[in-house]
Design a protein around this ligand. Structure first.
Ligand code: TYM
Length: 354
């Protein structure tokens, strides 16, 4: 019997996760294995993972298949997957509460991607902002995987029939596309099978952490100096922050901040206590701010916000046996969920063994 999604059912949040997990709302999210995690990944995605693992049926994976669009070497691919996994664990994602897995270990996702691709149209894929950005940045590598990136992402989410997807603001359009593909499938096969997934942030608004270069979001591809990584040591963080662009300061009270200054205040909003932020806002508004002091404080707060995670990265990274166990256990649990979806999907589409 195919279990369809009931929009009117209110999902209970039980005490015993494993016993009742099938009836809870499902959460799925992933991070590409393209290198070390930065504060954007941490505040955009991971802090939500930590909160959600206590309340929902969670799947957090490492999107190694997505990272193939940029053609990593086999060595880089492997070490990046391991790095993200270690950093998930160091940040506090608990394999006893959430299913942590590597995307390519659950290859059913590739089959679902194939089916969803049959109903994803060139026009809508070409209009995706992320695709247009990638084309602009890498005109020599406009591969089909880049074009259908949002379809693979929809497959990741629909594979476990997720309704909540903790991501940063940059992924909002991909979530809209995942809903489109899921709803299109439902209409085509006349079943309310896939629920609608929505982007989620515990602070209600999706987050965009700016980079230190004053130009845009913090990102792995925007250059080393733009991003502060969870694994950066205190001295590296201090140096990066002190180099961030500022100017000679406001010339009138309550002046609008230029983007590169606003960005630093936006980062302070997430790493520093409220009264620290307020203190520097007041100094800025009275034209009394000294950017040297401001950046010193920002760096100190970043260092203490990431200190525990940084320490755990080193400890976990040395524990091969533990890492292997987490990967095996995660693959098994994710597999079970994926297998059941694919069985239904094949049946709905009409793919049968005679
Ligand atoms: P990726 O690897 O680019 O980023 C991983 C997560 O970090 C968030 N993020 C940010 N949030 C706020 N400010 C920033 N500067 C910032 N930079 C990155 C991203 O929003 C994301 O939540 N397509 C996804 C990976 C993926 C996925 C999925 C996510 C593949 N399949 C299914 C959710 C569900 C990506 O490229 O993330």
């Amino acid at each position: 019997m195919i279990q369809t999604y009931n929009k009117n059912y209110t999902y209970p949040i039980p005490q015993n996760y494993f016993l009742f997990s099938r009836h809870m709302e499902t959460v799925v999210s992933g991070i590409r294995s393209t290198g070390k995690l930065h504060l954007g990944n941490y505040y955009g995605a991971i802090t939500n993972f930590l909160e959600m693992q206590n309340q929902y049926r969670c799947f957090f994976f490492i999107a190694d298949l997505h990272s193939l669009t940029t053609h990593p070497t086999p060595h880089d691919l492997q070490s990046n997957v391991r790095q993200v996994l270690v950093e998930y664990l160091a940040a506090g994602i608990d394999p006893e509460k959430a299913t942590i897995y590597i995307q390519s270990d659950v290859i059913e996702v590739a089959e679902l991607y194939l089916y969803l691709n049959m109903n994803a149209y060139l026009g809508e894929l070409e209009r995706a902002t992320s695709f247009k950005d990638k084309v602009r940045a890498n005109p020599d590598n406009i591969n089909a995987g880049l074009l259908t990136y949002p379809v693979l992402m929809a497959a990741d989410i629909l594979l476990h029939k997720a309704t909540k997807v903790p991501v940063g603001k940059d992924q909002e359009q991909h979530l809209e596309m995942a809903r489109t593909f899921g709803n299109r499938f439902n209409r085509l096969y006349k079943q309310e099978y896939f629920p609608e997934p929505y982007a989620y942030n515990h602070g209600k608004q999706l987050v965009k952490i700016p980079g230190l270069d004053g130009k845009g979001k913090m990102g792995k591809s925007e250059g080393e100096a733009n991003a502060v990584y969870l694994s950066d040591d205190a001295e590296t963080i201090r140096k990066k922050v002190m180099k961030a662009v500022t100017d000679s300061g406001p010339t009138e009270p309550n002046q609008t901040k230029p983007d590169y200054i606003q960005n630093l205040f936006d980062i302070m909003k997430v790493v520093s206590p409220e009264d620290t932020l307020q203190h520097f806002e007041n100094l800025y508004n009275r034209c009394e701010i000294r950017y040297g002091d401001f950046k010193k404080q920002l760096a100190a707060d970043m260092i203490s916000a990431t200190a525990e995670v940084r320490e755990r990265i080193h400890a976990i990274s040395a524990d091969d046996a533990y890492i292997r166990k987490v990967v095996e256990q995660g693959a098994e649990k994710a597999h079970e969920s994926a297998r059941s979806t694919l069985k239904d999907v094949r049946e709905l589409i009409g793919i049968r063994k005679f």
